[in-house]
Design a binder for this molecule. Structure first.
Ligand code: IVH
Length: 679
C-alpha cells in the first residue's frame, strides 16, 4: 500500500486513495459493514481533498470528494423516461393475492406452481439512476412515470449510490431503479434535532426522504440520512442481464449497488403467503419502514409475455401491510392515576383505524413527552400502533393546528382525590400525594395485591374490586380476608357458587411465599426479582422490616433509590399496622432458606428467556432461587447459565457471543429433577 503520508504524491497515490475510499464507502454504506474507525476514514478523505487541491487536473467527477456539488440550483429540469416507470397494483388481503396468482396461472394457461421473487416494499421515493460506461450520469424522480425531474446533484450525495460501478460486465447503458428512503433511526434523530431548533418536523420517513430530495441545494440533501436500495432495471443497451429478476438483483449487487437482503424466490401461493407473514412479523425489527411486500414473476421472458395494463404490470403486485400510523385529532388529554400515584397523560382521540384496530386512546407517557412532541389539544396528530405495543401519539402535524388549540397542562390537584400533585425535580413523572387515601391509588394497589405474580387470587378481577370499593366493603388488602360469602352474594351478578369460589380463593391465597407477599405490598420499584432477592437475603420479614439502608444496599439489584423506598415503606406506621393485620388474619409463608454457600446453585447467576412449556418463567425463577441461584434479567459475562426456550432472541445471541452456557427446557427440568424439585 502506498504511504499516504508522503508529501509529494504522484498520480498513482491519488488513484489508490480514490479506490481505497470507494471501497470503504461500499463496505460501510452498501454492505453495512464498518471496517475502519471514523477518524481514520476522515483522515484519508482529508488527504484526498488536499491532493486534489494541489492537482485539480486529477479530479474525476466520480471521485469521493465530488459528491456534494457547489451552487444551489434554480430549479429541476425535466427528464423523459424512455422506458416508463410503472406503478404497482395493490392487494389488501390474502384473497386479493390468491386472485392475482390465479390470474397469472390463467393467463399462462397452467396449473403448475409459479416462481415469484418476493421483496419488501420500501416506503420511500422511486428513483431512476442512469449509468453510462459504468459512470453515474443522471438521477431522476419517477414523476408521472414518463416525465420526471433531474435530481442528479442530490442523488450524488447519497453514499450508498456508487458514482461508478464496480467490477465489469455491466451494460454500456444501464438504468437502475430503486427506492430512496430514510432509515428509522436517521429520521428520529433528524426530527429530534429539528424540534430542538424549533424547525418543522417531518410527518414520516417517506415525507422526509421526499423533502430531502427536493432541496435545490445539494449541500442540504447531503446532510440528510438517505439510502437507496435497487429493485429493477429500465434501459439496458450494449450488454445483457441474467434471465431472471432475482439473478439481476444479484448482478446489480456485484456492481456495487445496494439491494435488499430480504429478497427471496418462492414457488407457489402458500410460500408467497408465508413470506408475507414472516416479514409482517419482522416489520418492526427492520431498520427501515416497509409498507408491504412486492411479488414479481421471476423470469423476464414470462414478464414480457404477461405485459402490462395502463400503468401497472400484470406480472407484479404489492401486498400492503396494515397501516401502522394514521392521522387523527386529539380531542382531550386526561390524567390517569396509577398505583404509585404517577399521573399519566392519556390522549383521547377521534377514533381511527390503525395497526388493525380502532384506537380512541393513546398514551402520552408523561409531561416531558408532551413537551417533547409539543402537542396541543385540538391538534392533528400521528398515532402509531405497531405490533402489540400500546398506541402512542408520536407526532403533531404542525401546519394543521387550529387557532383555538389549547396547551396541555398538568393539573395542580389529583383528578381523583384532589390531593396536591408534585413533580419531583429531575424526574419525568408527577405524582398524586394522596397515597392510600386516593381512590385511584387504592384501587390500583388492590389490583396489584391480588394479581397473578402477587397473591394470585383467582376470580377477584378488576370489576369485583371496583364493586367492593363502591360498596365500601374494601379499603385495604386486609379487608379482603374478612369478606364473607354472604356479603358477596348480595352483589349484582354474584351467585352462591361464585361467591364461595372467591372466598375459597382468598382463603387459599393465605398460604403464600415471602417473595410474593413482598411483591404484593407494592413497594415502589420493588418488582418480582427484587422482592425475591430481598426475601432470600434477609430470610424473613422481621429482619427486612428493621433493615437499615446500608444493609439493604448489600442485596443484589438494590441501589440507593430502591433501598430508600423499602426503608420508607417499612417506616410508615400504617404499612406496619396493615402487615401485622394481614399476618393476624392468617397470611403465612415458609421462611426462605437464607442465602448460604451450601445451596446447590449458590454463587451462580442464571437467566431465563424465551417460552417454556412445562412451567412459566416465573416458576422457573422461583425454583432457581430455591436452589440458591441469583436470577438476573439480562445476560452478561458474569452469567453462569442461560435457560432458553423457543423464541429466545437477543439474550440467546448475547450468551452465545459471550460463551455463556445455554440449556433448553428439557435440560433445565433435569436439573430440577436432580434436586427433587420436579417429577
Ligand atoms: S417494483 C413495475 N419493487 O412502490 C414495478 N417497487 O406502488 C415497479 N416500491 O413506485 C416497482 N419497494 O416506489 C418495486 N421492491 C420494490 C419496491 C417498489 C417500493 C415502490 C416504488 C413504486 C411503488 C409502486
Amino acid at each position: 500500500m502506498t504511504d499516504l503520508q508522503q508529501t509529494d504524491p504522484n498520480r498513482n497515490d491519488h488513484d489508490d486513495l480514490v479506490t481505497r475510499i470507494r471501497q470503504l464507502d461500499y463496505e460501510y454504506y452498501v454492505l453495512n459493514e464498518s471496517s475502519l474507525p471514523d477518524a481514520e476514514y476522515d483522515r484519508l478523505m482529508q488527504k484526498l481533498i488536499s491532493i486534489e487541491a494541489a492537482h485539480p487536473e486529477w479530479v474525476r467527477d466520480d471521485s469521493p470528494t465530488q459528491r456534494v456539488g457547489g451552487q444551489p440550483q434554480a430549479g429541476f429540469t425535466q427528464v423523459q423516461h424512455e422506458v416508463p416507470m410503472l406503478s404497482l397494483d395493490n392487494a389488501f388481503s390474502d384473497e386479493d393475492l390468491a386472485a392475482f396468482y390465479k390470474r397469472l396461472q390463467d393467463r399462462m394457461n397452467t396449473t403448475d406452481a409459479l416462481e415469484l421473487a418476493c421483496e419488501p416494499k420500501l416506503d420511500g421515493i422511486a428513483i431512476s439512476l442512469l449509468y453510462e460506461d459504468g459512470r453515474l450520469v443522471r438521477g431522476a424522480t419517477r414523476g408521472d412515470g414518463t416525465t420526471g425531474e433531474d435530481i442528479t446533484a442530490n442523488v450524488r450525495t447519497i453514499r450508498s449510490i456508487p458514482l461508478s460501478l464496480r467490477g465489469d460486465g455491466w451494460p454500456k447503458v444501464l438504468e437502475v431503479r430503486g427506492e430512496i428512503y430514510m432509515p428509522r433511526q436517521g429520521f428520529e434523530r433528524m426530527n429530534a434535532q429539528a424540534l430542538e431548533q424549533g424547525e418543522k418536523v417531518f410527518v414520516n420517513p417517506r415525507n422526509a426522504a421526499s423533502g430531502s430530495l427536493r432541496q435545490l441545494d445539494p449541500q442540504l440533501t447531503a446532510k440528510r440520512p438517505l439510502e437507496m436500495c435497487c429493485y429493477s432495471v429500465g434501459r439496458v443497451e450494449g450488454g445483457s442481464l441474467p434471465e431472471t429478476h432475482y439473478d439481476t438483483l444479484n448482478a446489480l449487487a456485484g456492481w456495487g449497488l445496494k439491494i435488499n437482503d430480504e429478497s427471496r424466490v418462492v414457488t407457489g401461493l402458500d410460500d408467497m403467503l408465508a413470506y408475507y407473514q414472516r416479514m409482517l412479523g419482522r416489520r418492526d425489527d427492520l431498520t427501515y419502514e416497509i409498507d408491504g411486500i412486492v411479488y414479481k414473476i421471476n423470469r423476464f421472458q414470462l414478464q414480457q409475455r404477461l405485459g402490462f395494463v395502463s400503468r401497472a404490470p400484470r406480472w407484479a403486485i404489492a401486498r400492503k401491510f396494515p397501516a401502522q400510523e394514521e392521522m387523527t385529532r386529539l380531542l382531550d388529554v386526561e390524567f390517569q392515576v396509577g398505583r404509585t400515584g404517577a399521573l399519566t397523560p392519556v390522549a383521547r382521540l377521534e377514533p381511527v383505524f390503525v395497526g388493525g384496530v380502532t384506537v380512541s386512546n393513546a398514551t402520552l407517557h408523561n409531561m416531558d413527552e408532551v413537551e417533547r412532541i409539543g402537542v396541543h389539544i385540538g391538534d392533528t396528530v400521528i398515532v402509531r400502533r405497531a405490533g402489540d405495543v400500546i398506541p402512542q401519539v408520536v407526532r403533531v402535524v404542525d401546519d394543521q393546528r387550529p387557532v383555538d388549540a389549547k396547551a396541555v397542562e398538568l393539573p395542580a390537584a389529583c383528578p381523583v382525590c384532589g390531593s396536591a400533585v408534585e413533580r419531583v425535580e429531575g424526574e419525568a413523572v408527577s405524582r398524586c400525594t394522596g397515597g392510600i387515601h386516593c381512590d385511584a391509588q387504592r384501587r390500583e394497589a388492590l389490583k396489584h395485591f391480588v394479581s397473578r405474580r402477587a397473591l394470585d387470587i383467582e376470580g377477584l378481577g378488576e370489576k369485583l374490586i371496583d364493586t367492593l370499593l363502591e360498596k365500601g366493603l374494601l379499603h385495604t388488602p386486609g379487608d379482603l380476608f374478612e369478606l364473607t360469602a354472604d356479603q358477596l352474594v348480595e352483589l349484582d351478578r354474584m351467585g352462591e357458587k361464585s361467591a364461595n369460589n372467591v372466598i375459597n380463593a382468598i382463603d387459599a391465597a393465605k398460604q403464600t411465599t415471602l417473595p410474593r407477599f413482598l411483591y404484593a405490598l407494592g413497594i415502589r420499584e420493588v418488582g418480582v426479582t427484587t422482592a425475591a432477592n430481598l426475601a432470600q437475603h434477609f430470610g424473613g420479614l422481621e429482619k427486612l422490616w428493621s433493615a437499615t439502608e446500608e444493609t439493604l444496599l448489600e442485596v443484589d439489584d438494590v441501589g440507593p433509590k430502591v433501598a430508600a423506598h423499602v426503608r420508607h415503606f417499612f417506616e410508615e406506621p400504617n404499612n406496619r399496622l396493615e402487615i401485622e393485620r394481614l399476618v393476624g388474619l392468617g397470611l403465612t409463608w415458609p421462611d426462605p432458606a437464607p442465602a448460604s454457600g451450601s445451596m446447590p446453585l449458590s454463587g451462580q447467576t442464571w437467566v431465563v428467556t424465551g417460552k417454556l412449556e412445562a412451567l412459566s418463567r416465573d416458576e422457573a425463577k422461583d425454583y432457581l432461587q430455591r436452589l440458591g441461584a441469583k436470577v438476573a434479567g439480562s445476560v452478561s459475562a458474569k452469567t453462569s447459565q442461560l435457560v432458553a426456550g423457543p423464541g429466545a432472541g437477543s439474550k440467546l445471541k448475547k450468551a452465545t457471543d459471550l460463551d455463556v452456557p445455554v440449556m433448553d427446557e428439557a435440560a433445565f427440568l433435569d436439573v430440577l429433577r436432580e434436586h427433587r424439585l420436579w417429577q
